[in-house]
Design a protein around this ligand. Structure first.
Ligand code: GRG
Length: 299
């Protein structure tokens, strides 16, 4: 039977408010002939999204006693990069989605050229925030954050996973290949979020490894539930069109295993994630609750 942890909603609300305020302060102000681009960057990043990645950065850092200011900057950087991935993912050449976070996708609200440029600018801006001394006083830590995030987001992570996702459309790849794709596309960035606090706290290799293992399982469970919500959820709750995976012939854990086995698999991953936190005390309870959240969420 699943253990009950403290409610996670207040931590999500706090992560969202803190991240929005940090993003608002860090994003460029609307000036000059490039104002349309800057406005689009704000449209993509502010006032929406669950802020799961920010929450994971903030809670992993809290576990290791990292200061809130630097954590806020790293959380904002991850959400900025995540927003880029959603903007590009929604483009007609990618998943071709008209709705995101309950409002028109960026290319619908603006235009495709602006969406491509805003995504590019958000991606690069995220790294500049990590390069600042305000992200961490130790330049070696900043370099580690930058190189780990680059690995998670690039060809061996999110972008590579997206390429495989597109290549698998209409095909029936074996389950291990789908799992590899989901590790890259979704779990790599979520793993970075969970490792970030350990990197910033300069903790032992064992503690960092536990956080990375936790992030992997949470990331995979999150993607399985995302695919389940695409099949069974509603557009009003998820804030985006549903039923797209079947329509596009997407290869997912759900398409291979079926709904019930996929749900059990997500549940098992959540339990496994929680076990990776066994070496931490009750300070990790919100992370334990986050692992429950990813498999019980409806949006
Ligand atoms: C480089 C042209 C170009 C495109 C890249 C990087 C990329 C396109 C796509 C990334 C793949 C991607 C969007 C994976 C999806 C992961 C996922 C389930 C995202 C939804 O995350 P939520 O539900 O979103 O946390 P919110 O809105 O709550 O932040």
């Amino acid at each position: 039977m699943a253990l009950l942890y403290a409610p996670i909603e207040p931590a999500f609300a706090e992560a969202a408010a803190f991240t929005d305020a940090t993003l608002d302060a860090l994003l460029p102000k609307l000036v000059g002939p490039e104002e349309r681009l800057l406005d689009a960057m704000r449209y993509a990043t502010l006032g929406g999204g669950k802020r799961l990645r920010a929450l994971l950065v903030l809670q992993s850092g809290r576990l290791f006693g990292v200061d809130r200011g630097p954590l806020g900057r790293v959380a904002a950087a991850v959400e900025c990069l995540h927003a880029y991935s959603l903007v590009h993912d929604d483009l007609p050449a990618m998943d071709d989605d008209d709705m995101r976070r309950g409002k028109p996708s960026l290319h619908k609200a603006y235009d495709e050229a602006t969406a491509i440029l805003a995504g590019d600018a958000l991606l690069t801006l995220a790294f500049s925030w990590l390069a600042s001394p305000e992200a961490h006083g130790d330049p070696f830590v900043r370099c580690e954050l930058i190189s780990r995030l680059a690995a998670a987001a690039g060809h061996a992570g999110m972008v590579g996973g997206q390429m495989i996702d597109l290549a698998f459309e209409g095909k029936k790849p074996p389950l291990p290949e789908i799992t590899r794709l989901q590790r890259m596309k979704t779990a790599a960035l979520i793993t970075f979020c969970c490792e970030a606090g350990a990197i910033m706290g300069k903790v032992s290799a064992g503690a960092r490894q536990a956080m990375a293992a936790y992030g992997q399982e949470v990331g995979l469970a999150f993607q399985i539930v995302d695919d389940l919500l695409d099949l069974e959820g509603s557009a009003s709750e998820t804030g985006k069109d549903v039923g797209k995976d079947v329509a596009r012939g997407k290869a997912t854990v759900v398409s291979v295993m079926g709904i019930e086995r996929a749900r059990s698999q997500a549940e098992a991953l959540s339990q496994q994630a929680i076990r990776h936190l066994d070496l931490f005390d009750e300070k990790a309870d919100l992370l334990r609750a986050a692992a429950r959240f990813v498999v019980t969420r409806s949006a």
